[in-house]
Design a protein around this ligand. Structure first.
Ligand code: ADP
Length: 474
């Protein structure tokens, strides 16, 4: 079965968040299960593309309305990622450093999708499934079935996975001309709330759609930035499959990014050594519990509540706890956290920026990881922290509900709270700080966390079952 995954991100080529981790791992595990899964993504001018070798496998010109765009399809030479990697390079449009946030982002991702379709169309390829991820590839299912240009491919099944339903990539009808040779009777499929909405179009046109956790599938009918009714009426096509983690990349026994390796038997000592390295680097006290946060500093993640929760906790506990925050995003939130760092030297430190290796050390060296998310489609941070014996403190939402059981419940190993509020975060921290005093119990819980199986094997098979249901003859 030949599958093309289409995505804006893929680890280790280009990562902004969890989308990259999933697209960098799922195809690998699908290939281990006997599929031929490949990834197609835009070419970015980054470390990975500079340091690796590629063959040019196809060149052509695509049309973005009246603009002629020369493009190349590059294939990574060695397949060392565990799947074939294809990059769509469009000089002047899709060969820049960053993944998102350019003023012509709309044109970038539409051109990416058109170039992909032109490539498979002209090169006479017929994949068994085209699997699109998030709105950046959300127009592909529509174009496959409703543009005269791609009629040959109209029977190819499409699957669409929603990693984040808050972002739709919507734009005005004045840009409709970007979409070539569209059947006028089908334009309603593009529309939501008076604009062209790629996420909505993908939900309507794909053969089925998935979300990255079962709870998030239900939540989209309540909170999806205006698409609630769409998700309600299309619900028969929806499937919730929890993300896995790449246990080769995230393995505390082998992880080259952490100073000290450990397994369940050497956990106590290994974690302490990692904690010491982390605390020494950031001027914190390794003999006290260490609470951390890793992620985008945005409202969605509840990061706006962290400064007050930390301030209140440090005022209450004095020198008895440490905080370390790794993230970047909203400038006001960054500033509020930096003010805390200045106010509590030696007890709270903050690293503003993105640092993959540091994140690994934090997962390995921290005692607790805070995730006060308002919205969390799956959340990978809690899965990584569990694997490294770090207890997650999570708000009960989305994939956090599906992956974390409160240690007060049978078989539990984490801390859950219900409200997105400073009170609830502080209460969770208090419970964690009390648990820290009971080291024997904490060690038992840490072993339980590390023994959990969130590997991709199971979830990758669920996707394969879905593909097979689309075309039982494959
Ligand atoms: P989202 O995709 O919504 O940002 P996820 O929990 O699905 O959230 O995935 C976040 C991923 O990005 C994790 O792999 C996490 O470790 C990583 N990450 C987020 N912020 C940073 C950062 N500042 N430095 C390093 N890694 C980060």
């Amino acid at each position: 079965m030949k599958i093309f995954h289409l995505s804006a991100e893929c680890y280790p080529v280009a990562k902004v968040g969890g989308l990259a981790d999933v697209v960098g791992a799922l195809p690998k595990y699908q290939n281990l299960a006997g599929l031929q899964a490949a990834v197609v993504m835009p070419y970015y001018d980054r470390k990975f593309t500079q340091e690796n070798e590629f063959d040019v496998v196809f060149t052509a010109v695509t049309l973005l309305n009246t603009r002629r765009l020369y493009f190349e399809i590059l294939k990574e030479k060695t397949d060392k990622l565990g799947f074939e990697l294809f990059l769509v390079r469009i000089p002047g449009l899709l060969d820049r450093e960053n993944v998102y946030s350019y003023p012509d982002e709309r044109e970038q991702f539409i051109a990416f999708q058109l170039a992909f379709l032109d490539w498979i169309s002209y090169s006479q390829q017929t994949p068994d499934v085209i699997h699109c991820h998030d709105h950046h590839s959300g127009l592909v299912p529509f174009l496959l079935y409703h543009s005269k240009l791609y009629r040959r491919l109209a029977n190819v099944p499409t699957v669409f996975t929603i990693h984040n339903g808050q972002y739709h990539g919507a734009f005005g009808w004045e840009h409709f001309q970007y979409l070539p040779e569209v059947d006028p009777a089908s334009t309603g499929l593009l529309d939501w709330a008076g604009g062209i909405n790629p996420l909505a179009a993908a939900v309507k046109c794909s053969w089925l759609y998935t979300t990255v956790s079962p709870t998030y599938l239900r939540e989209l009918t309540i909170n999806s930035n205006g698409l609630e009714y769409l998700f309600y009426i299309e619900r028969a096509k929806g499937h919730g499959i929890i993300n896995g983690i790449d246990t080769e990349v995230w393995n505390p026994l082998k992880d080259p990014m952490i100073p000290s390796h450990f397994n369940t038997k050497t956990l106590a000592k290994g974690k302490q050594l990692n904690k010491e390295v982390l605390c020494t680097r950031f001027g914190l006290d390794p003999s006290k519990p260490l609470f951390t946060f890793i992620g985008r500093l945005v409202i969605e993640k509840g990061a706006d509540l962290l400064p007050e929760a930390i301030d209140r906790t440090l005022a209450q506990y004095g020198d008895e706890v440490n905080f370390f925050i790794l993230g970047s995003g909203d400038k006001d939130m960054e500033l509020a956290l930096l003010e805390l760092k200045a106010k509590y030297p030696g007890r709270c430190n903050v690293f503003i920026g993105y640092d993959e290796s540091l994140a690994h050390v934090v997962y390995a060296g921290a005692d607790f990881l805070m995730m006060p998310s308002r919205v969390e489609p799956c959340g990978l941070n809690q899965l990584y922290s569990l694997r490294y014996g770090t207890m997650p403190l999570v708000r009960s939402t989305g994939g956090l509900i599906d992956s974390v059981i409160d240690f007060g419940d049978e078989g539990g190993y984490g801390i859950r709270f219900n409200q997105v509020s400073v009170d609830d975060i502080c209460h969770a921290i208090n419970r964690a700080a009390a648990l820290y005093q009971n080291q024997p119990q904490l060690q038992i819980l840490r072993k339980r966390m590390m023994a959990l199986d969130f590997s991709w094997d199971r979830s990758a098979k669920e996707y394969i079952n879905l593909y097979e249901s689309l075309n039982p003859l494959i």
